[in-house]
Design a protein around this ligand. Structure first.
Ligand code: RTP
Ligand code: MG
Length: 189
């Protein structure tokens, strides 16, 4: 009788625990799959593609003006990234201000927003293994003078502001930045 009570108590505890856990259990880890695609999360191929990510890249106005788009794109594609969507946009200052909201208040914010709205830019979604860090590795340090030889910023940038390209700095920000410019539909074309 006593044993039976213990078993019933344990079963009740288990039931309460599982009922309260609320949200559905997910094995999904940030950055492991691509929203809007049909990459399955549980089969063998998804395990092999665990670090498949998207990132946002922007070729800045002076680099677009100087016809450097193809040369810059080649650096990223040779580095293993695929450009799955791109479009040329001439952003208004208020659009740029919104995009760079995170930098509002910094000394370079106004100048950066003036510059990024001064002419057309090429906004791009890149895809590949560890795309966020791979893109930043190929891009190089913010200041072209400090960037490694062979990086995009070293070879095509002029100074810390006019540094040829933008790249997202985390998977979370990549998703926010991608949806700032692209609809899911555009990414499925
Ligand atoms: P990005 O966001 O463009 O990929 O560059 P980042 O992460 O390497 O650098 P971040 O600190 O996010 O700065 C954004 C952009 O602001 C301009 N900047 N100017 N001291 C300065 O004058 C200065 N610092 C940054 C650059 O155009 C940089 O890419
Ligand atoms: Mg940044």
């Amino acid at each position: 009788m006593k044993f039976h009570s213990v078993v019933v108590a344990l079963m009740s505890l288990f039931f309460v625990e599982t009922s309260l856990s609320g949200a559905p259990v997910s094995t999904h880890k940030e950055g492991n799959s691509i929203p809007g695609t049909n990459v399955a999360k549980t089969d063998k191929s998804s395990v092999e593609n665990q670090s498949l990510q998207r990132t946002l890249s922007i070729i800045k106005p002076d680099a677009v003006e100087e016809n450097l788009v193809d040369s810059i794109n080649a650096r990223f594609t040779q580095g293993g990234l695929q450009i799955i969507a791109q479009k040329k946009l001439h952003l208004t200052k208020s659009q740029v201000e919104k995009f760079y909201e995170v930098h509002r208040g910094k000394v370079f914010y106004d100048g950066l927003c003036e510059y990024m709205s001064s002419g057309p830019v090429m906004v791009q979604v890149m895809c590949g293994k560890n795309a966020v860090s791979k893109n930043r590795e190929i891009m190089g340090s913010t200041n072209p003078n400090e960037a490694k030889i062979g990086t995009v910023r070293k070879d095509f940038g002029k100074d810390i502001r006019h540094n040829a390209v933008h790249g997202s700095d985390s998977v979370e920000n990549a998703n926010i930045e991608i949806s700032f410019f692209f609809s899911e539909l555009e990414l499925m074309q």
